[in-house]
Write a protein that binds this ligand. Sequence first.
Ligand code: NAI
Length: 252
Amino acid sequence: MPVKIEPTVSRIALVTGGARGIGAAISERLARDGHRLVITDIDQGALERQTDSLRNAGVTILPVQADHADPDAPEAIAKTVEEQWGPIEILVNNAGITRDGLLVRMSLEDFQKVLSINLTGAFLMSKRCARGMMKAHWGRIINISSVVAQIGNAGQANYVAAKAGLIGLTKSLALELAPRQVTVNAIAPGFIETGMTAVLPEEVKTNYQSRIPLGRFGAPEDVAAIVAFLCSPEAAYITGQTIRVDGGMVLA
Ligand code: NAI
């Protein structure tokens, strides 16, 4: 008897930091797959531009300006969504920043700031959204980590600690939430062309490119495709995993 795959259903999906870069590509992809979309971002201008662009394409979208460094943000966001649409069913913890520097020069403030958005922000959003998912016996949480979480990176102690923490968080939440059919997975992108990487010096970019077997930088859409798959009925039996999207940069 073949395993019964549930039909694709339109869900309420929230993408943090969804106004630009990888988050924007994820929003566009989830909208294309028929989900109702909530995007959060700290950048009001970018949020408005992305909302207008998706609305013009016929997407049902709810933008919420938020700072994921603020521990009160998840409650305010979830309440807004619940009042208008209902509980969040798909959560993509994508918002992230870098504050690079070598250990001896890295301030406590820069260390804590990166952790507060990239890791604590994801923990708090997951905690708030898990309630509704557990009740519904269905949910998807996807954390955007990074390949550097698995290999380390000089000059990014704060960022790597946060991204490695996300992988541990993913595994623990996967175990906790599995009995309620909520899956929790992480994606570890390599070098993706966005505003975050555009600011890197040319020689750093050239060095990265030479380490990518597939010979090109990734596009935000390469990451969005994996998010879409993890939200699809076909991925119902995958949880606690970290999927690398890096053109073969890290093979281990
Ligand atoms: P980006 O800088 O292009 O976009 C990040 C978005 O998050 C922006 O719209 C920004 O306004 C928003 N954001 C930043 N701080 C926020 C806050 N406190 N509250 C709410 N929104 C906030 O960056 P990119 O490249 O799209 O990165 C997305 C995620 O992917 C991040 O978590 C990043 O660490 C991760 N990643 C990126 C890689 C790359 O090569 N670009 C590689 C591996 C991981």
